[in-house]
Design a protein around this ligand. Structure first.
Ligand SMILES: Cc1ncc(COP(=O)(O)O)c(C=O)c1O
Length: 390
């Protein structure tokens, strides 16, 4: 596990490095790709070996019998997250953007409101709007430098036409690991307003030492009758290209409706994703994640210290995820001004805060899942780009 190794991803059809020139005007030879949420690391050897076994065999037919896959998920959730779940509660979708789209499609109708706690992962709003539903933004206040939940403000924003809330837990961006109390608050809110609760827990394993993620199904088992749990191996093990995710539904009535929509859409799993995910959810995979989080912890410390040295910039202390949320409000610059400094000055591609909804206007998201030498380089470039503030 050499996370320091710099692996050249240029010319491999990866979005993060190969789309930087067309989208940001930054050459991959000189620019630093700190946008798209995948890592510049290889997955654990057990995942690589599983795929090599498939390639060595060389016949790429339909996948059958996903029992080992379901059992691997059950083992992982039990041992890593204290969550007991049943085999037949698990659906496999083509990733969790797809899983979220399926949830919106199955459990809401055009015109319905879908509640988001913003700023939040940008694809949620895109899916809601594209499917003719309405985005209902409930901004997360920042207290003590981190996002918190203002449930009274959320209550006040409801009109009775909302049908669903999509929670991101842990939260992207900003990296909050919601406490059991906060999760309970959200669960009670959904019950009060009769909302289906989608809990996207794709970042559940990317939690820093000292933090504990609690699955919503564990924090609030009494809302099982409205709960859709979304999990995946793709962020944890850096296999996003496998496009394999899970929607886990304990309630039989909700499960029947979801199964019907899955059948109607003709969805069956991608064999490569199944092989990779099954191999990942293992003791060897677990040891790799533990080592990864120690490494990412070093990256976030280096990054945060570098950002703290630039007056006017503030990085939210991450409890989970490798996605640093940096606020530029203190610089007094307009959004185009600070973006120009980061892109043209520091030659770094980031995600724009505005794409995450209300509350993201003065922020940029930086992906820290890259060898530490690149973090050091990014920090040094940012300090030069904002040198006049120091
Ligand atoms: C909260 C959240 N959900 C879903 C995804 C993407 O999921 P997938 O690649 O499985 O479609 C991301 C990617 O960054 C994410 O942050």
């Amino acid at each position: 596990m050499d996370f320091d190794e710099v692996i050249d991803r240029r010319g491999t059809h990866c979005v993060k490095w190969d789309m930087m020139a067309p989208l940001y005007g930054l050459s991959p030879d000189d620019g630093l790709a700190m946008w798209v949420a995948d890592m510049d690391f290889r997955p654990p050897p057990c995942v690589q070996a599983a795929l090599e076994g498939v390639v060595a065999h060389g016949v790429y037919g339909y996948f059958g019998d996903d029992t080992p896959f379901r059992d691997a998920i059950r083992w992982w959730m039990q041992t890593r997250h204290g969550w007991t779940l049943e085999r037949d509660h698990i659906f496999t979708t083509h990733g969790l953007v797809h899983g979220t789209a399926m949830c919106i499609d199955t459990f809401t109708a055009p015109g319905d409101g879908v509640v988001l706690m913003t700023p939040v992962y940008h694809a949620f709003a895109r899916l809601i709007a594209a499917s003719g539903r309405r985005v209902v933004e409930c901004p997360l206040p920042v207290h003590g430098g981190r996002h918190v939940i203002d449930i009274a403000a959320m209550d006040a924003a409801m009109t009775g036409t909302e049908r669903m809330l999509i929670l991101c837990s842990p939260h992207n961006p900003g990296g909050r690991v919601w406490t059991r109390t906060e999760l309970r608050t959200v669960a009670d809110f959904c019950r009060r307003h009769d909302l289906i609760l989608v809990s996207d827990e794709i970042h559940n394993d990317l939690v820093y030492p000292g933090q504990t993620h609690t699955p919503m199904a564990v924090a609030a088992p009494d809302v099982a009758d409205r709960l859709l749990m979304l999990t995946a191996t793709t962020k944890t093990f850096n296999i996003a290209g496998a496009h394999t995710g899970n929607v886990i539904i304990a309630d039989p009535a909700l499960r029947a409706r979801f199964a019907q929509r899955m059948a109607a859409q003709g969805i069956s799993p991608n064999a490569f994703g199944m092989h990779m995910a099954t191999a990942a959810l293992s003791p060897e995979g677990a040891a790799w994640v533990d080592a990864l989080m120690v490494y990412l912890d070093g990256n976030r410390r280096l990054f945060d210290a570098g950002i703290a040295a630039i007056p006017g910039l503030r990085s939210m202390p991450l409890e989970a995820t490798y996605l640093a949320w940096v606020d530029f409000a203190g610089t007094g610059m307009t959004t185009p001004e600070f973006i120009a400094r980061v892109e043209k000055g520091a030659r770094i591609a980031t995600n724009y805060g505005t794409s995450f909804g209300a509350g993201g206007e003065t922020a940029l998201r930086f992906n820290l899942a890259t060898p530490r030498s690149r973090i050091a380089e990014a920090v040094q470039r940012l300090q030069v780009a904002f040198a006049d503030l120091q």
